[in-house]
Design a protein around this ligand. Structure first.
Ligand code: UDX
Length: 438
């Protein structure tokens, strides 16, 4: 096993300043895969992003980016033009020609809470059929602890240990700021038992190593655990602050000032202290559930992590309770405007968004909804095709009994600049993100 060490990347830059151009294949062209592939191309590598979804690949080849992610279309266009970034559905061919393969397929939650890694397994199987030279195989997908070790064993059992250089390199980017996060990570975690693996990672991500990004080189199992432990910690922090917000409202304390005051203590820090309608998205809820399952399988009770999920459900229920109390305890035939359907601002992603839960409850209780979101309405229509969707935020405030703000988009925060803001003063508002009239 290679030695664990934390270093500042610049130390390496002086040793490894040779410019290597690698042929990279990224399997899975979703949020993680597209941002990763584009970033690696921007670093000078020749990258092919592949996907089973031929329509998605066709769209990308026609310059249509399937996700809303600030700055991504521009960098994709630049790298496509400069012939460093390609999109293809020919997975096997791309595997054969690659020096480095990144696995960035989805690992959704199964009904029992565990992560479904069947897509990762299929990709690994496929890679094993087509690699014919030593190739870096790097897992970007969030996989249950022990998966990379199992991948290593898989190749060893096939007599391919020398061909498959296994690396776990968890991704910490956040949707909505994924491009910024890619080029400015807080840390790089490389989990590998191969020194060739860590050397190749240094060269692939050379510009990040040159700018003193903290790098932790460790074994794959530790790297996987860092990812889960980080996301579960964020979940704990958010559930904690949501509970404190409820307390603040009950005792008449100012939540903004309470969280600001807490965040001034560097041991606590100012991030992830904004109360909201409960955390959502494709990672925090899913990864927290998966970590709990892994712990249970290993006979470990994670009371804090389990409480974070329970508190998140409580927070959602609390929002419904507040909506009812604003409307005289009945929702029947009440007209409700919704600002924000995405799970957070700057994304069109609605996975596990508060709006999914809240709107389902409101409709079940007989309310009528007018919804608006700057980017997520197309995705929401797939779940709720018959909802009344508005073409702007003002329309969603007309003839309603209550306006609920569920996502912290800038355009909602800046409502005081809008001509109609005076008419807003007559509307009852439930601002679950605390963004208005600070
Ligand atoms: C998260 C992790 O932050 C990232 O490191 C990992 O790679 C993927 O999972 P993401 O799901 O994109 O990223 O969203 P994030 O910005 O972390 O927000 C998660 C949820 O917490 C959202 O619903 C957001 O609205 C909520 N949140 C976040 C708050 O309610 N308050 C905050 O202060 C921060």
């Amino acid at each position: 096993m290679i030695k664990r060490y934390l270093l500042l990347a610049g130390v390496f830059a002086t040793i490894h300043n040779s410019l290597c151009v690698y042929k990279v294949t990224v399997i899975g062209s979703g949020y993680v895969g597209l941002v990763l592939g584009t970033g690696l191309a921007e670093f000078g590598n020749i990258v092919t992003c592949v996907d089973l979804d031929t329509e998605k690949i066709q769209a990308l080849n026609n310059g249509i980016i399937p996700i809303f992610e600030p700055q991504l279309p521009e960098i994709i266009a630049k790298n496509v033009k400069e012939k460093r970034l390609f999109f293809s559905a020919a997975i096997d061919e791309s595997i054969k020609t690659a020096d480095a393969i990144f696995i960035a397929v989805g690992t959704p939650t199964k009904p029992d809470g565990t992560a479904d890694i069947s897509a990762v397994e299929l990709v690994v199987e496929r890679i094993s059929k087509h690699i014919n030279k030593p190739t870096l195989i790097c897992t970007k997908s969030t996989v249950p602890i022990g998966t990379n070790h199992a991948i290593e064993i898989f190749f060893k059992n096939r007599g391919m240990a020398d061909l498959a250089i296994i690396v776990s390199n968890p991704e910490f980017l956040r949707e909505g700021s994924a491009v910024h996060d890619f080029f400015n990570p807080d840390r790089i975690v490389i989990g590998t038992n191969s020194s060739l693996g860590s050397d190749m990672m240094r060269q692939l991500f050379a510009p990040l190593f040159e700018k003193q990004t903290p790098v932790l080189i460790t074994d794959p199992t530790t790297a996987e655990t860092i990812k889960y432990a980080s996301n579960a910690f964020l979940a704990v922090k958010l559930s904690y602050v949501n509970e404190i917000d409820r307390l603040c409202q009950a005792v008449g304390a100012n939540t903004h000032e309470v969280t600001y005051g807490m965040g001034l203590d560097p041991r606590i820090g100012k991030y992830y202290l904004k109360p909201g309608p409960g955390f959502g998205g494709s990672c925090l809820p899913k990864d927290t559930r998966a970590l709990l399952q892994t712990a249970t399988e290993n006979g470990i009770k994670l009371s804090m992590v389990s409480a974070a999920l329970e508190a998140n459900n409580d927070q959602r229920a609390w929002i419904i309770h507040k909506i009812k109390s604003h409307l005289g305890n009945t929702l029947q035939n009440k007209k409700i405007g919704i600002w924000g359907l995405a799970f957070k601002a700057n994304t069109d992603d609605i996975r596990e968004s508060a709006a999914l839960y809240v709107i389902k409850e409101l409709l079940a209780n007989g309310a009528q909804i007018k919804a608006y979101d700057p980017a997520a309405m197309q995705n929401f229509k797939k779940e709720f095709p018959t909802l009344c969707y508005c073409s702007n935020k003002k329309e969603a405030t007309e003839s309603i009994d209550l306006l609920i703000i569920l996502t912290d988009w800038d355009e909602f925060k800046e409502v005081h600049n809008d001509q109609f803001h005076l008419s807003m003063e007559k509307i009852k508002i439930l601002d679950t993100r605390n963004i208005l009239f600070k």
